[in-house]
Ligand binder design. Structure first.
Ligand SMILES: Cc1cc2nc3c(=O)[nH]c(=O)nc-3n(C[C@H](O)[C@H](O)[C@H](O)COP(=O)(O)O)c2cc1C
Length: 418
């Protein structure tokens, strides 16, 4: 049991932080102080909703346009069923895998989420600490409110960096160099955000880009004195309004749109030709996020990337985009053993993770679950979210007769004949 799932061997970046060599890797655990009140991710979601202004909560929670993809992300996991496996000794179970040559406690990494620092003060740092103590990688997003170098002060843990490539390539390449020099080990190039998405609730809530106070927002924030005290006040005391830490000075107001706006920040001329230049800078794994088409996988293989992330951005970008679960088998088939396939969007239960792995994903990303946790209780809340997902995955593995991640295969799945 426990044969590691291998990612492709790639040269690491020169400086790398991880868990100490030879020490057992830490594992996600339920946080006792939260365990009675928050017994699943939905409890954390409702807790987050109570603790922040409506506009901020909806910015995190909702999707684009009619939110068809947002809803289908959950529905897709319910369309596919699991099969029991009986009379198998499952008394020794492990979720540990090896990805890109390094161990992780479970097949999950924290997804990049811009403005995690609005869920809680310095939310990105809290997420990075929660990931480190839980033995999973943390991904810092380009639009984060906390800078790369500050995240690097969290010594332990694997850190990945997500890039939105801007029209001004020099600005973007400088960021990639900073992430490399700070010890980040994997680069995620987001490919599914050529233009800003249409998120109608942001407009209704008075969220403009760059963010400015207007009567609607002032009224909304005033209804959340706890959020003002816990989140806004420390920013104001330590340097002023929260801002995206990596954006150039001329567009430093909080951008509600993560790409576009200023000419330098447009994201619509990103192409496969950019990979070669990134490869000159980045020796670690490069993953392209938002992939739905087998052709793109084939192109990625030719360009020498190490992996793809099947994602619809959590239903936040292209509405009616296919769910990751539905499109995953085609992507896995195209990738063969040449690329690592990771999947995200809509994972709220450990059983969802099992289904994605059974269809060939090597790991999943979690976006909102850990953000909700952070809003509820900072690092502890995010760690608790990871603990919940781990416990549920453990249960699903035991019922389906899987002792190790490598035991999870399509045989655990049942689909209605179409
Ligand atoms: C508030 C928020 C901000 C996000 N910001 C980014 C980002 O800056 N870059 C990116 O590639 N993906 C971003 N995403 C998408 C996530 O990386 C991930 O694909 C998605 O959240 C997965 O779906 P889930 O939230 O259902 O787990 C964001 C998601 C959320 C919820």
């Amino acid at each position: 049991m426990n044969a590691p799932v291998a990612g492709s061997p790639v040269a690491p970046n020169p400086v790398e932080a991880s868990w100490p060599a030879n020490a057992p890797i830490p594992s996600p655990k339920l946080v006792p102080a939260l365990a009675d009140k928050y017994i699943n991710i939905e409890d954390l979601r409702l807790g987050a909703r109570r603790r922040m202004p409506r506009g901020v909560f909806e910015f995190i929670d909702r999707g684009s346009e009619d939110e068809a993809t947002l809803k289908d992300n959950r529905a897709s996991f319910h369309r596919i069923k699991l099969r029991n496996r009986v009379l198998v000794d499952v008394s020794r179970r492990s979720q540990q895998i090896t990805l890109f040559g390094k161990p992780m406690s479970m097949p999950l990494a924290i997804a990049p989420t811009g403005a995690a620092g609005l869920a809680c003060y310095e939310g990105e740092l809290e997420l990075a600490r929660a990931a480190a103590r839980s033995g999973v990688p943390f991904t810092l997003a380009t639009p984060s409110l906390t800078a790369i170098e500050r995240i690097a002060t969290v010594e332990e843990g694997r850190k990945w960096f997500q890039l939105y490539m801007w029209r001004d390539r020099e600005l973007s390449h400088a960021l990639v160099r900073r992430a490399r020099d700070a010890g980040f080990e994997t680069l995620i190039l987001t490919g599914d955000t050529a233009v800003p998405p249409i998120r109608e609730y942001n407009k209704r809530n008075g969220f403009n880009s760059p963010f400015t106070f207007n009567p609607a927002i002032v009224a909304d924030v005033a209804m959340s004195p706890g959020w003002m005290w816990r989140v806004l006040r420390p920013y104001l005391q330590n340097g002023g309004m929260p801002k995206q830490a990596h954006y150039p000075n001329d567009s430093k107001g909080v951008q509600v749109r993560m790409v576009g706006g200023a000419e330098t920040l447009r994201g619509d001329n990103l192409s496969w030709d950019d990979i070669a230049r990134l490869r000159d800078i980045w020796k670690g794994p490069i993953l392209v996020k938002g992939v739905h088409q087998p052709d793109d996988v084939e192109r990625g293989i030719r360009e020498g990337i190490e992996g793809v992330i099947v994602s619809n951005h959590g239903g936040r970008n292209l509405d009616t985009a296919v769910s990751s679960l539905d499109v995953l088998p085609e992507i896995v088939a195209a990738a063969g053993d040449k690329l690592v396939v990771i999947a995200d969007s809509g994972v709220r239960r450990g059983g969802d993770i099992l289904k994605l792995l059974a269809l060939g994903a090597k790991a999943v990303l979690s976006g909102r679950p850990t953000l909700y946790g952070t809003a509820v209780a900072g690092e502890d809340g995010a760690a608790h979210a990871l603990g919940l997902l781990k416990r549920e995955l453990d249960t699903a593995m035991a019922y389906t007769g899987c002792c190790a991640i490598n035991d999870i295969s399509p045989r655990v799945l049942w689909r209605e004949a179409s």
